[in-house]
Design a binder for this molecule. Structure first.
Ligand code: GRF
Length: 210
């Protein structure tokens, strides 16, 4: 790993998590270079955020390619050109195939708005509300070939209030995400969080258990 760690962020929508990473890096709390934003929706708000932050952008339209593997092969070449060491999925709404999973095994992470393995997939916040669970949260995990199923790195729990709506709960979850994701990426940049011997290894910060 180089210092600062070179990361790419993949996002499809608003990009508030992308922004949290940019802001943390600017504030000196995150020792990484965001070398690339990858976005499958050229009109998404996250593209404007990247341009404003001076982060190079790679957009593409999946329907211009014969298969997922075909656009991922192109993405892989770009990631290699940019010497990307860690891929950070932040609201990237596409299935990842073995092309990227194998190339970035143990070096690709995702954030999901539930306490996995509960409520994987789309609309996780709504799923939790519909199910009537009293506690939900946020999970950061390494990416494997399944749907939100890879090895878990970190989780934060959150109590659901009786009057919570999908919007209010989403807002609370976003606030947690915007702290947790930069923290995890910083842990990886410092070498405290790693994936080795097929398991997640986490060394406490400053020798203090978290
Ligand atoms: C986040 O809630 C994240 O957990 C999920 O997609 C959402 C992206 O939000 N994977 P944003 O685009 O970062 O605002």
């Amino acid at each position: 790993m180089t210092k600062p760690l070179r990361i790419a962020v993949f996002a499809s929508g608003s990009g508030s998590n992308f922004q949290a990473l940019v802001d943390a890096a600017k504030a000196g709390k995150l020792d990484v270079t965001i070398g690339l934003l990858v976005c499958d929706k050229p009109a998404a708000a996250v593209v404007g955020r990247a341009q404003a932050a001076g982060v190079p952008v790679h957009t593409f339209r999946p329907k211009d390619y014969p298969s997922r593997e075909a656009y991922e092969q192109e993405l892989l070449e770009r990631l290699r050109e940019e010497r990307i060491e860690l891929v950070v999925l932040a609201g990237y709404m596409r299935i990842i195939t073995s092309v990227l999973v194998e190339a970035y095994w143990g070096r690709m992470i995702n954030i999901h708005p539930s306490l996995l393995p509960s409520f994987p997939g789309l609309h996780a916040v709504r799923q939790a509300l519909d199910h009537g669970v009293k506690v939900t949260g946020v999970t950061v995990h390494y990416v494997d070939g399944g749907l939100d199923s890879g090895p878990i790195i970190a989780q934060r729990a959150l109590a659901i209030a009786p009057d919570d709506t999908e919007a209010s709960l989403e807002e609370k979850i976003h606030r947690i995400e915007h702290e947790l994701y930069p923290d995890v990426v910083q842990g990886i940049a410092e070498g405290r969080i790693r994936f080795a011997d097929n398991r997640v290894i986490i060394q406490p910060k400053d020798g203090i258990a978290q």
